[in-house]
Design a protein around this ligand. Structure first.
Ligand SMILES: NC(=O)c1ccc[n+]([C@@H]2O[C@H](COP(=O)([O-])OP(=O)(O)OC[C@H]3O[C@@H](n4cnc5c(N)ncnc54)[C@H](OP(=O)(O)O)[C@@H]3O)[C@@H](O)[C@H]2O)c1
Length: 335
């Protein structure tokens, strides 16, 4: 089968296409709980090249890719769930198993959801990690689904950094359309019109010398950071003293891995909550995302599609800044 592989050391990886990779085999420990999916399209998260899972001993094939859309090719004989062979599905695969950038992959039932009929496979393959990350940031980390002050949600004001990226796009839409918050989107000026169409109430250019003042000092209830580093360093100043800062950007800040560390920007501000997390697979939430797309509440991500024979170019393109759209590799033509 066709499979993308990341070869070489983490310090100097190369992406290559293997046209005769062996078909996958199910996990011998859990043969009854794995569903074979014929992958039609797989999304690229370019930073995956820096993620340790790709290089771990549990991934000898070095096939990357956690976000897939395709059709059920085979079910375990003991399967009693709702899916049938031929059903269109999409998933985020568990990072320990990954391997989605290939013609076939095994997925667990709890990772899969039915693909929305409104989406092509390419559009669906772009969604899982960005949508699940945004959902988890809003509804499980910053607030729980019961602690969002929905009664007065319109008085909530949130800042989204990296707003034009895949994760930021989903945070903007869910914060506006599902929570009902007032959304400030930080992005390059060229993306402001599109972000307003998605629902952003205010747009601020990250190229401005004092963008944090434009957002307003201590003026937002929550910061959702998908840009990290220097952007996160400046975003702390915008959060209220009883607000929350959630970052997912790679590489994670020092305080995320050193549990004793406190962001120096928060000295003297004990009321600000802050957290970094790594997203988990969640087919149930993907089912809700399909529903939100079907009813027109949220729009799919823009995608830039590459056929599998152009997979190496796809990975190069996915690493470029300023592009518009999530990069997807099609393993079936017209996915
Ligand atoms: N922790 C997790 O579970 C998790 C899950 C998903 C993603 N992530 C990480 O989250 C980040 C965002 O992912 P993504 O898929 O949304 O990436 P993406 O589509 O490439 O978007 C990145 C966004 O950040 C902006 N950006 C990058 N550098 C910036 C800078 N120096 N100043 C201002 N804006 C900057 C980009 O703006 P331009 O287009 O203008 O450059 C773009 O809007 C990545 O680091 C990714 O690895 C983590």
């Amino acid at each position: 089968m066709n499979a993308i592989q990341i070869l070489g050391p983490k310090t100097n990886p190369t992406v290559s296409l293997n046209r005769s990779h062996p078909l996958p085999t199910s996990d011998p420990n859990t043969p009854d709980s794995e569903i074979l999916v014929r992958v039609h399209a797989a999304g690229i998260t370019a930073d995956e090249l820096t993620w340790p899972e790709v290089y771990s001993a549990s991934n000898p094939t070095r096939i990357p890719g956690f976000d897939i859309s395709g059709v059920v090719a085979a079910l375990p004989s003991t399967y009693t769930g709702p899916l049938s062979v031929g059903d269109p599905v999409y998933a985020m695969l568990h990072p320990d198993r990954g391997k989605g950038q290939a013609d076939y992959v095994y997925a667990r039932p709890e990772e899969l959801a039915r693909k929305s009929e409104c989406l092509s496979h390419a559009q669906a393959a772009a969604l899982p990690i960005p949508a699940l990350t945004a959902w988890e940031a809003l509804f499980k980390r910053a607030w729980s689904s019961t602690s969002i002050p929905t009664g007065d949600a319109s008085s909530l004001r949130v800042l989204v950094t990296g707003a034009s990226g895949a994760v930021g796009n989903m945070v903007v839409q869910l914060a506006k359309k599902v929570v009902g918050a007032r959304v400030v989107a930080l992005a390059s000026g060229a993306k402001h019109g599109y972000l307003r169409e998605l629902g952003a109430d205010e747009t601020v250019d990250y190229a401005a010398a004092d963008w944090e003042r434009e957002v307003g000092m201590k003026s937002v209830d929550a910061v959702f950071d998908a840009a990290g580093d220097g952007v996160l360093a400046r975003a702390w100043a915008t959060v209220k003293d009883d607000g929350v800062v959630v970052t997912v950007a790679d590489p994670p800040p020092v305080w995320a891995t050193d549990k004793g560390a406190v962001p120096r920007e928060l000295e003297g501000r004990p009321g600000v909550r802050y957290l970094y997390f790594v997203v988990s697979p969640d087919g149930e939430t993907l089912g809700r995302i399909s529903g939100l797309i079907d009813e027109g509440t949220i729009k799919p991500l823009p995608v830039v599609e590459f056929s599998v024979d152009k997979a190496v170019e796809a990975w190069d393109f996915a690493r470029r800044r300023g592009r518009q759209g999530k990069v997807v590799v099609n393993f079936v033509a017209d996915a």
